[in-house]
Design a protein around this ligand. Sequence first.
Ligand SMILES: [Zn+2]
Length: 480
Amino acid sequence: MKKILFLMTCILWLSPLSLFSQNAHNPNKCGMEIMKAALIAGNPVWAQRIEDQRNSLQGIADAYQSRKEAERLAGKTTSVPTIPIIFHVLVTYSQYIQLGGTAGIAQRVDSQIAVLNRDYNAQNADSVMIPTGWKHLYANVGIQFGLAHTNPYGTGTPGYEISIIPDAPGGFSSASNSYSNAKHSSTGGFDAWDVTKYINVWCINPVDVSGLLGLTVARSFTASGGYPTNEIGICINYATLGKRASASDYYIPGATTGDYYDQGRTLTHELGHLFEIWHTWGDDGGLCPWDGGKDDGIQDTPPESGAKFDNTPYTISGGTYYDTCRYDGTIDTQLTLLGVPCLDYMNYTDDIGMHMFTKGQALIMDAMVASGGESYSLTQNPGLLLYSSRTSVPQVDLDKSLNISPNPSNGLVNISFDSNEGVLNSISIVNILGQEVMNKDTRNSASDYYSIDLSGMSKGIYLVKCNFVSGSITRKILLQ
Ligand SMILES: [Zn+2]
C-alpha cells in the first residue's frame, strides 16, 4: 500500500502541464544527434565516416532496386522476413506499476509488435491521412517482427524480461554512451541477447536527457572505435512502449497538448535507425540544399530545414506544408504540392501525425535485411519466434511468475514463483566460470518462496538456476 500511495504521489507530481512543457519541441526527442556528436568527440574520424554513410544511402537504395527488378524478371519470389525482438524492461517498482505490472507489460509488448507489423507492411489504418501528393511514395517495407519465444539458453521466453531497479536514480544514464549501463548485467542492466539473431530493445527511464524517447546503436556505429557490438539495439523510454489500450494507460505527452506518444511509433522510428536510415531533415543543423544541407541522403524525401513537431495541419492541397528550404531562387526543392516530410516516421511529429516511410527509405531498410545486408542474420532464425521444444508453454508462465530479487543484491536473494505453474526440485548457484557454488534441494519443502544467503561469496555475477520438474530457468544476479 505504501508503494501505491507513493506512486500516486508521483503521478500527481508529474502533472501533465510539467510534461507538456518538457516535451514541447524537444530537440532531443531521439538521441541520434547526441550519439553522433559523442562518436565525433571520441575520434574526429567519425565526422567523415558519418558523412560517407549518408552519401552512400541513395546508392544502396538504387542498387537494391536494380537487384529486386532483376530478381523479379528472373521469376524469383521473395518472402517477408520475420525478426525476433526481445524487450528488456528495466524499471523501478513505481514505473512497473505505471505500466500495469507484468500483465500491462505483456499487453504493451503485444501491441507494440502489432504496431510495427502494420507500420512496416503498409497496413497502418491512419495511412488514409496521407495526402494525395504523397501516396505514390507510401512504401510497404515488408519486414515482419515477432516476440522472441526461445531465449539464448534454448528455453521458453514470453519475449520480455523484467527487472525492478533501485528507486534512485530511477533510471539510466547516459545518452552519449547509449545507456550502456542498461545493456550489461554487471552494471544493473540486462545483457544483450545475441545481436546477430535478436533485436534487443531496452525499455528504460532515461534520467540524463529530459523527454528523450529513444535512441539506437546501429551496426554502422560499431566500426572500430565506435560503440561495442554487444550494445547494438534500441533503448526506448519505458513510457512509450506499445499502443494505448485504455485512457488510463500511462504515456508521455506529445508536443501538442492532448497528444501522447502512445501509438508505438517511437519504436517504429528507432527501428528505422537500426536499419540505417536518418532523420528526414538529416541532422544537418537546419541547412538547406543551397547552403550545404544534405538532409537524409535519400532523393524521395524532400529537403527540409529541421525537425517537425506537433501534428500540424497540412496547408497545401494534396501535400503537407512548406518550410524555409523550399526555394533557392526558382528551384522548388520541396516539389510543388508535396511540402515537407512531416508525416514520415523518421520525423519528430507526434505519434498520430506520422503515417509512412517513403520508397527510398524502404529500399535501404530492405537492403539491410536482404542477403548480403548487415542485418541479414536477424532474419535467419525463425525458430526463435517459436516456443522451444525443450519447454512447453506452461514453462513460460512459470518464467513470468519467477521473481528473483533484489538484483543487484548485497547477499540475501529471495526467490518466489507461482507453485501452480511448476514444482521446484532444486536451486543451484553457478559462478561465471560455470562452477556450481551452492545447491539447495527443495524437493521436500513444497514452498513457493526461498531465501538464500550469498553474503559469504565473492562479489560478482552469478547464475541462479531454478531446476523445476518441467525444466530449468536461469537468471543472472549481481552480488555487490
Ligand atoms: Zn531518431
